[in-house]
Design a protein around this ligand. Structure first.
Ligand code: F6R
Length: 366
């Protein structure tokens, strides 16, 4: 079953182009994103919502955090993202015009199911599940659904489920943006073109594996690592840190780069590698000055840039460039090298990649 791969995680990382193609298949020949993609009642429900509440756990929560940047910037819809286990026990203010979006690979995560129930009890009936398991409990509980077609994910660490969730969330953003008149035909056509090209773009990023493997050697004796990003790549930094800690057992933290000097900079020294997600976007210059602060404290930098990011290698600054820069969908590309990095660090350390200690694939108890 593993074919040419050593582990399910590696196989699933490399299946991402196919998983994205399958998830986006319905876009073949489409000129716009129809609400019907999310269910028969979607049009009526979308017409009644003016805000989005996203609820999820773990990696699925990180997908929600990326979506928040898209929903507010592209669709102009206010969005909050909640960790399911927090939301369900918190006294919060409910609004019936909220689209409650739950995201889950398995559709069986106890906290996510309970948080959805909690939202319904508060009078929020407009619900949408983004889920990889069509027959799951979650999908049975929501008014609308979008099934990602990542195929079975066996490795405990979520990889292809994450990128397909992001694709689904981007489609949701486009559907809401079109409805609200925020997206003209040209922009929508460009966005669809970018989505269709995603599988090929991810495939090119996967070709960086040999270089990432070489970097991984340098992480294997470290105790701690810091992951930095800004804007829609801040959640990607969180996801990179989660992947590293769960499969290699190296303590890692993801931080918005602008927060460095508010605390974590105190940790930085020669023994603390700092990974930066540095696509060529409007925040790159800001990020570069954050990186200088790291260098000034002797921190070793591992920067994932784009082909055209204006940033150069120097003493202690290692750079890997993704082949193309990808605008608002860039988080889907930039997470891939971080998945590969954690995989290869775990290999060097000899941990059980597909079944990390203390973890279960599906968390069906609170
Ligand atoms: C991390 C990971 C977990 C899951 C989380 C939610 O790699 O796999 O953090 O993302 O347990 O699971 P689902 O998406 O099935 O609700």
């Amino acid at each position: 079953e593993l074919g040419q791969y050593r582990h399910y995680m590696q196989k699933e990382i490399f299946e991402q182009p196919a998983a994205l193609s399958a998830t986006l298949e319905m876009l073949e020949g489409a000129r716009s994103v129809q609400p019907g993609l999310f269910g028969a009642n979607a049009e009526a429900i979308f017409a009644d919502v003016n805000r989005v509440l996203i609820i999820a756990c773990g990696t699925s929560y990180h997908a929600g955090l990326v979506a928040r940047y898209w929903l507010e910037a592209i669709a102009g819809v206010p969005c909050v993202v909640e960790i399911a286990s927090e939301y369900r026990y918190r006294e919060s203010v409910a609004n019936p015009h909220t689209l409650v979006v739950t995201i889950s690979q398995s559709g069986e995560t106890a906290d996510t199911l309970a948080a959805l129930q909690h939202a319904k009890n508060l009078g929020m009936a407009h619900s949408l599940a983004i889920c990889n398991a069509p027959e799951s409990s979650l999908v049975r509980e929501t008014a609308l659904r979008f099934i990602t077609r990542a195929g079975p994910e066996i490795g405990v660490a979520s990889t292809k489920a994450f990128t397909t969730q992001l694709a689904a969330l981007y489609l949701l953003t486009l559907a809401l943006a079109t409805r609200l008149g925020r997206l003209d035909a040209v922009r929508e056509a460009n966005a669809l073109q970018a989505l269709r090209h995603l599988p090929a773009a991810v495939a090119r990023v996967l070709e960086l594996e040999p270089e990432i493997k070489a970097w991984a050697e340098r992480f294997s004796d470290k105790q701690h690592a810091l992951f930095l990003g800004r804007g829609r790549h801040y959640p990607i930094a969180l996801e990179g840190a989660l992947k590293l800690k769960e499969i290699s057992y190296i303590h890692a933290e993801g931080y918005p780069a602008g927060e460095l000097k508010h605390g974590p900079l105190a940790l930085v020294d020669r023994n603390m590698p700092v990974v930066a997600v540095a696509p060529n976007d409007t925040l790159l210059e800001k990020l570069k000055s954050n990186l200088q602060e790291v260098r000034a404290r002797g921190g070793e930098l591992y920067v994932f840039a784009d082909a055209d990011s204006e940033i150069s290698e120097s003493e202690g600054v290692h750079i890997l460039r993704l082949p193309e820069h990808y605008g608002s969908l860039s988080p889907l590309l930039h997470v891939v090298p971080l998945q590969l990095l954690s995989y290869h660090v775990a290999l060097v350390r000899g941990t059980d990649v597909d079944k990390p200690r203390n973890l279960a694939k599906s968390v069906t108890v609170e």
